[in-house]
Design a protein. Structure first.
Lengths: 336, 336
DNA sequence: CTGAAAGCGCTAACAC
DNA sequence: GTGTTAGCGCTTTCAG
């Protein structure tokens, strides 16, 4: 690896001059500039960004922390953010929880050791206290997609999950469904991960003087296979629902797969509504009705916030964007 | 940010001793060890991995270069590799071509500047010459998933795409199909990106004395939306095929969506076979018959090769793994 | 067992 | 215009 010293020696100047030439700073005579450039080329020089990072105190790297890239929802977010970050001259470290023993705290810690310039966190699996502790020595952090945005000691960005759940419920109710099932994700302690979405559904039911029927509530992990397994349970029990709200699209797709195996026609025999609006939801058969989270908007706002936060510490603020109903063909009027 | 000097000053020792304590090297009296540890804790010390990287000449970072993380195939690969890399103490930079102007060469160059310890490349979009040039100053590179593995000047790893295409063709032929369509991905110059898969199909056809009917060949980008658009063209033309080989699963899913809109039943009216075996292909309706690339195997072999290559330059070698038919319900016997 | 000195590759003041 | 000096935070000989 050739260094600026190699070039300096070859060109008969000092390292500073080489640095000045390469960075375009200071003033250098065009003669030496040319000479330096030529040797840089000849010696196939490439700057060592590690050294530059050390001195600048900036690495030009952002950390992304989220549960699993296997879920297209996060894959799409990663794609969008990587693109935007790249345009701003940043690289991305991906850190997912799929790493077995890897706790959120460890992941954050490691990113800090590597001196990333900022971090975007998705997931409730990391407590706000821990994040706060990391953020204190000014590690810029943007916290995304928390279900219920509380007062947050650092900048946060989310969608209105409650409203989304409500939209889903209202949609099914307006189609005449009263026997509504729920496919959702709870923690081991029995709390809903998708708690705000569920509360939104409950609020919608309440306006019809209905309550969530616990026999129609099934719990799985936010992925397609569990969605199918648990969906099958939901569909094979005695008094099965006429419509199901799956709190994310992957579970909804799993549910549709279960329905297909059971020869239950969608939407004739069963309406299904998802949540997220991932790209592939437009291409299932039938196309999924879902609550859309605008991923491009999310990515743009998050990266923007983060880059600002890196420049000068940002006052903690919370942005909550609206969720939207995205009509498909997986929901239809109740048939008696 | 506290440094080892801060600790040294507080503990009344020198930075060397602190370094020794923290790294567990050298020999330090248990008294000073304890003292140093205590101050490290108290001052909330965290080592600067950038500095360590500079001195060690190792960053503990691997670069992953591929076309698009939006395709679940690559998302799954990324997930698997990230997990394995993490276990070996490495972080991952993701670099995708979705970055507009970003050429493969630029991406590689940038990863080199950042002094990644090694790179895994997917995609034919980077010429072997360029990769070779990068690999020369010993940047360990593993080249993955080239359609037709030629003699490669650096370690490479692929699946037998020709055989995969052949399996797909044989499968459809054995079901009685003779009027077989192809949904594939070509470059602007008209070359097939999925050239080996197509050749495999042609080989299978040849054993039945058949040839690829150019009217039944449609070209799109390896994604679900183009698959649907182009699939619709294929299905609405006069003499439509009874079976279609889509050279990746996302296009196959797009094709199935087009069939659904046209009220063409799968597999009764149309057989569809895909390629890749992405997770979601097991949950489409009907589940997709496809040619499976074992992603976990691929990830494990690639990471292994790369880590070995990092330790000591590896002789260039090419591993080609077999592709497998994964039966679904999207293909069935020809109905007349 | 501990410390002094040098250096990884680069940049930033400040002289000259 | 160009060079000198110092230093980012850490590790690594090598003395003592």
């Amino acid at each position: 690896m050739t260094t600026i010293y190699d070039i300096a020696r070859a060109a008969g100047v000092t390292a500073t001059t080489v640095s000045n030439v390469l960075s375009g700073k200071g003033s250098v005579s065009s003669a030496t500039r040319a000479r330096v450039m030529q040797y840089a080329e000849e010696l196939n020089y490439s700057p060592n960004l590690v050294a530059r990072s050390l001195i600048k105190g900036r690495t030009g790297v952002l950390g992304l922390v989220f549960p699993s890239i296997d879920n297209p929802f996060y894959a799409e977010i990663t794609a969008a953010m990587e693109r935007l970050a790249y345009q701003a001259g940043f690289r991305i470290f991906v850190s997912t929880f799929s790493n077995g023993d890897q706790t959120g705290q460890k992941m954050l810690k490691d990113l800090a050791l590597r001196r990333v310039d900022g971090v975007i966190i998705f997931s409730a699996a990391i407590s706000l206290d821990i994040i706060h502790a990391m953020a204190l020595p000014h590690l810029p952090i943007i916290y995304c997609l928390e279900e219920e945005m509380q007062a947050c000691p650092f900048p946060a960005l989310s969608y209105n999950f409650f409203q989304g759940g409500q939209l889903a419920g209202e949609h099914l109710l307006s189609l005449g469904h009263r026997h509504i099932g729920l496919l959702t994700h709870m923690t081991d302690e029995g709390e809903y991960c998708h708690v705000a979405r569920v509360k939104g559904l409950q609020a919608a039911l309440a306006t019809y003087n209905l309550e969530l029927d616990s026999r129609l509530v099934k719990n799985g992990i936010s992925s397609v296979e569990p969605g199918k397994i648990v969906g099958r349970e939901l569909l094979t029990q005695p008094n099965r629902p006429t419509a199901v709200f799956a709190t994310n699209d992957m579970m909804a797709i799993g549910l549709m797969a279960a329905a297909w195996e059971l020869n239950i026609q969608i939407p004739r025999d069963l309406s299904v509504i998802g949540f997220d609006g991932i790209a592939i939801s437009r291409f299932t058969t039938p196309p999924l009705t879902t609550i859309k989270i605008d991923i491009d908007r999310l990515a743009a706002e998050a990266i923007n916030l983060l880059l600002h936060n890196i420049e000068n510490p940002l006052s903690s603020q919370t942005i909550v964007l609206p969720a939207q109903l995205l009509a498909g063909a997986s929901t239809g009027p109740l048939h008696l």
